[in-house]
Design a protein around this ligand. Structure first.
Ligand code: GTB
Length: 219
């Protein structure tokens, strides 16, 4: 990667700098890769304008621009960063590399959907009379995934050998359960998330996104 990429992030993230918006995934990958980057902050209104939709058809963040290349979708962007920096976020050995990519997809396609459903239900249907009955069902669906993930991880440090893009994505997906107490029911998963958060690259990415919120608040 020769040129310096630009990513987009919320000008005013609803998470108030807690690193839960998805630009955090891209920032973390870039920090792991040692790749400097620029950030363009966008408001909710700007995200829905044609200029931003040309980059992101669904009017969301994050996006990626690097020379003639424009990307959206955090999975695709993290994979792109990993592929451009061999050995940093993907193993060099072909089979191990395929398994790391498998875990990246597993985080996004298998573990994240029930977590997002649980999270979003509060906003989308929280005032409906049947919502309270659905919550335990959605929590059970999340726990089914975490039961299996916890069993597979066991006492290992990372999901498959060394830290990879698959771990990065899985840690970020599990972080979406913050405040629910569900991850803490699985001591090995709680320790796994803590290991991810302790990585220097994670810390740098976290501080960078938190600085956006701090600056907006006037320091
Ligand atoms: N599949 C896409 C990807 O992975 O890149 C999803 C991108 C996405 O959901 N982007 C969100 C967005 O732009 C921001 S990250 N939303 C605005 C919109 O759709 O209009 C999701 C997010 C937002 C806020 C919090 N939070 O406050 O805790 C957490 C996660």
């Amino acid at each position: 990667m020769t040129s310096r990429p630009t990513i987009t992030a919320f000008a005013a993230s609803p998470d108030e700098g807690r690193g839960l918006a998805r630009d955090m995934r891209v920032r973390w990958a870039l920090e792991e890769a040692g790749q400097a980057y620029d950030v363009r902050l966008v408001s909710f209104a700007e995200m829905k304008q044609p200029a931003h939709r040309a980059l992101h058809p669904f009017g969301q963040i994050p996006t990626w621009e690097e020379g003639a290349l424009a990307l959206f979708e955090t999975g695709a962007i993290v994979l792109h960063v990993a592929e451009r920096h061999p050995g940093r976020l993907l193993p060099l050995e072909a089979d191990a590399r395929a398994r790391a990519i498998m875990w990246l997809f597993a985080a996004l396609n298998t573990v994240e959907p029930p977590i997002v459903e649980l999270e979003q239900s509060e906003y989308v249907e929280g005032d409906r009379p049947w919502h309270a009955e659905r919550v335990p069902l959605m929590q059970a669906a999340v726990r089914r995934r975490l039961d299996d993930l916890s069993r597979r991880l066991g006492e290992a440090e990372w999901l498959d050998g060394g830290f990879s893009a698959g771990d990065l994505m899985m840690v970020m997906v599990l972080r979406r359960l913050e405040g629910t107490g569900i991850v803490d029911e699985y001591p090995n998963l709680a320790a796994y998330v803590a290991r991810g958060e302790a990585r220097p690259a994670y810390r740098r990415a976290f501080e960078a996104q938190r600085a956006v919120f701090a600056a907006a608040k006037g320091g």
